[in-house]
Design a protein around this ligand. Structure first.
Ligand SMILES: [Zn+2]
Ligand SMILES: [Zn+2]
Length: 348
């Protein structure tokens, strides 16, 4: 393998800075990719600052990876040198438990191996993410990319895309359903595109009406200011499904109040502090509050293929890696439409 270089955080307090390291030669079932683009996920920021307490330093973030295959092991059939491959949030799992056998590797009983800041199951090293020039991964945990899609705008599909696609599919969102999306950030804007594409009537909730025009353009049928009590009241008990993609701390009760009988609200953003919920909003309607994370390998490929067929990608702002610390500051101010993607050719 060529030497690996990227940007790493050396501690919870330090900004990301250039860092060199090494990766193993790909084994028979593995591929090596030269990274072209890597999306910037909110969890990268949480991890770099050790806000969830599980960071391992030096920490190279990045789990929305699109690259060109530079080597493929002898048993690999899905990828050829020179082709494009995508890598998401997990890069391995036990492969033997019931969830793994079902293709739900992200819910592996033994815990899936995260793309960065996790112990590698093959060589025991600490995984280093996609803010770097290359990656080595088992082909089972890599995906093919439809040729018609813009590669920079594909990168966020690997986390923001599958995180919203999976629950919308699981709860069978489609024509005849009224679906609410809470939050219009990296995840929310993908949820909006997918829910609209699946044929549902989509209501976007926001705390900022300046996002109204954008939400309508992205596929919302209606935009509701969540702080407007009368506007919220007008939607009482009318939703079949609500996907909550807001990362900032907020009360769930105003939204569970809007669920119909037997309807579900699903959370995909992991807040630092867990909210207390009004269980009456659930009990009196047999409503459900649920959660979901990314998706398994088969479903992630299915999502990418669907995006190819429907021409769906993320809205992105492409940056050179030298602007990553500035991008983090802008994300904290919610000053991004809707995902930063690093052009890895900027890494010298
Ligand atoms: Zn992510
Ligand atoms: Zn497993």
């Amino acid at each position: 393998m060529p030497a690996s270089k990227g940007y790493a955080a050396l501690s919870a307090q330090s900004p990301l800075a250039p860092f060199t390291f090494s990766r193993r030669e790909p084994g028979p079932s593995e591929i090596a990719v030269e990274i072209l683009y890597c999306g910037v996920c909110h969890s990268d920021l949480h991890m770099a600052h050790n806000e969830w307490g599980n960071a391992i330093y030096p920490l190279v973030p990045g789990h929305e990876i699109v690259g060109r295959v530079i080597a493929a092991g002898s048993t690999v059939t899905r990828f050829k040198v020179g082709g494009i491959a995508a890598i998401g949030v997990i890069v391995d799992s036990c492969r033997l438990c019931a969830p793994c056998k079902r293709g739900e590797e992200h819910y592996c009983d033994q815990g899936a191996t995260l793309t960065y800041a996790a112990k590698d199951r093959v060589d025991g090293s600490i995984t280093m993410g996609g803010y770097s020039n290359n990656y080595v991964v088992d082909a089972r945990f890599a995906h093919t990319v439809p040729a018609n899609l813009n590669l920079a705008a594909v990168a966020p599909l690997l986390c923001a895309g599958i995180t919203t696609y999976s629950p919308l599919r699981h709860w069978k969102v489609g024509p005849g359903m009224k679906v609410g999306i809470v939050g219009l950030g990296g995840l929310g804007h993908m949820a909006l595109k997918f829910a609209h594409s699946f044929g549902a009537r989509v209501v976007q909730f926001t705390t900022n009406l300046r996002k109204r025009e954008d939400a309508l353009k992205l596929g919302a049928d209606e935009v509701v200011l969540s702080t407007d009590a009368a506007a919220m009241q007008a939607h009482m008990k009318s939703f079949d499904f609500i996907l909550d993609a807001a990362a900032a701390p907020h009360s769930l009760d105003p939204y569970t109040a809007l669920l119909k009988q037997d309807a579900t609200m699903c959370l995909v953003g992991l807040p630092e502090k867990f909210p207390v919920v009004n269980v009456g909003n659930l009990i009196f309607k047999r409503a459900a509050l649920s959660g979901s994370m990314i998706g398994g390998m088969p479903e992630t490929q299915q999502m990418l293929d669907y995006c190819g067929a429907q021409n769906i990608v993320s809205e992105v702002e492409v940056i050179p890696i030298q602007k990553i610390n500035e991008a983090y500051e802008r994300m904290l101010r919610q000053d991004v439409k809707y995902r930063f993607v690093i052009d890895m050719s900027s890494l010298k």
